[in-house]
Design a protein around this ligand. Structure first.
Ligand code: SAH
Length: 248
């Protein structure tokens, strides 16, 4: 067994082939840091036609995933003591970085993917948490599940080449990350801010912190929920004209 197991119940296991082509995640699979076990819902279907869905009671459009195949698939999964079951649904709690960090201390995540019109309400009974990846509706839970596998795997020790890249990044400590630049120094008249090539590490750190705060206030002030905190960091911002935003 790998150090972290993802067990996924899905009607479209082939969607998870994407995981084998995702750089860091593929490396984690190769290094045996994670295992992704797929449970093809069709194999747990009912009768000669392996039926997994049916029409909704009360009428209405679309098909609904039946409870029996999902329960059967779920019961076939060997659970660890540090395991959580997540149900993918646009009606769930919207996924945040803190959730991924919280789950990264477990050793097993079981993910149930819905399809079509959704799933029989009784499937909710299996879930520890119901998770949405955003306020929009996709056709199935596979892409949400891959998002969770991807986001969580990169937090696991040994996955990223340089674990320091996790420290400053967006959504840690409620702030978006500062802007990055790489060579060349000047590209189409757009110049890298002087401070970043000054070699003054203290100043660079301060500048990055400042940009991080500015960016968050400009784009996602909702991330900084506490009004007092917002005011206190606002007052510390010193915007230097033409520093980062030259005339381009
Ligand atoms: N009729 C349902 C939506 C069904 S979408 C409703 O209104 O709630 C089909 C399946 O795709 C869902 O069961 C869920 O597993 C998945 N899905 C769609 N959008 C999602 C999202 N934003 N986050 C997580 N899962 C989603």
């Amino acid at each position: 067994m790998s150090s972290f197991n993802f067990d996924v119940i899905t009607l479209f296991p082939r969607a998870f082939e994407l995981i084998n082509n995702l750089g860091v995640i593929t490396r984690a699979l190769d290094k045996n840091l994670i295992d992704v076990n797929l449970y093809d819902l069709r194999e747990y279907g009912e009768g000669a036609y392996r039926q997994v869905d049916d029409k909704p009671y009360g009428g209405g459009a679309g098909m609904v995933l039946k409870p029996e195949p999902i329960f059967k698939a779920y019961e076939s999964i060997q659970k660890t003591t540090k395991s959580k079951t997540l149900l993918m649904t646009p009606q769930g709690k919207v996924l945040k970085q803190v959730d991924l960090a919280r789950w990264s201390t477990l050793d097993q995540i079981i993910i149930i993917c819905g399809q079509y019109e959704g799933f029989d309400e009784r499937i909710r009974y299996l879930a520890d948490e119901e998770i949405s990846i955003g306020d929009y509706v996709l056709s199935g839970g596979e892409i949400p599940a891959i998002s969770i596998i991807n986001g969580l795997t990169r937090l696991l020790p040994g996955t990223l080449g340089d674990p320091d890249s996790l420290v400053d990044e967006s959504h840690n400590s409620s702030l978006l990350e500062y802007p990055h630049y790489t060579r060349p120094l000047i590209f189409k008249d757009m110049k890298v801010p002087d401070i970043l090539v000054s070699g003054n590490h203290e100043e660079i750190k301060l500048w990055r912190r400042q940009k991080s705060i500015e960016r968050t206030l400009e784009r996602r002030s909702d991330l900084i929920s506490n009004e007092n905190y917002k005011k206190s960091i606002q007052s510390k911002i010193i915007i230097k004209e033409n520093d980062i935003y030259p005339d381009w």
